[in-house]
Design a protein. Structure first.
Length: 153
């Protein structure tokens, strides 16, 4: 008997990167209200984390993206720690620990009847972009050096 999955699981999976590493468009099929709330969530969470979260593991964090489910029951928050004082796992543990507090504050500040569950996740897209940039730069340098070798003296 196949396992049943909720619509929430299917929706999160639709936002996950595909097998080739390309992420599907998180804006596909979202209402203007949902996009507006995601934008406000990102702004409010950035402010709350910077000013209100006292966990020393969190430190300086950039919220790179917020993706809400259509029913607003949960929100996936992508973050990147900077400063290097703590590992990504420690920062994630600190954010997860503060999620209840942040959820309540987000609900109050945005005037939401039901504050969504906050799920934090490390954003690997910046590392992936850096790796691709390095590969492109290496290929360009290699190509330029091979063209210099081909020129007659």
């Amino acid at each position: 008997m196949p396992a049943t999955r909720s619509s929430a699981t299917r929706e999160w999976r639709s936002l996950a990167p595909s097998r080739d590493g390309a992420a599907t468009s998180p804006m596909a099929g979202k209402s203007a209200r949902t996009l507006r709330i995601e934008s406000e969530l990102q702004r409010v969470l950035s402010d709350l984390i910077r000013r209100e979260v006292r966990d020393p593991r969190v430190g300086a964090v950039t919220i790179t993206a917020v993706s809400a489910m259509q029913d607003m029951s949960a929100v996936r928050i992508l973050f990147v720690p900077f400063g290097g004082a703590h590992s990504t796992e420690e920062v994630l543990a600190g954010l997860t620990r503060a999620a209840g507090f942040l959820r309540g504050e987000v609900g109050r500040r945005l005037g939401l009847r039901h504050a969504p569950k906050l799920e934090f996740e490390f954003d690997v897209s910046i590392e992936r972009a850096d790796r691709l940039t390095h590969l492109i730069d290496t290929a360009v340098r290699k190509d330029q050096s091979s063209h210099k070798d081909d020129e007659p003296a």
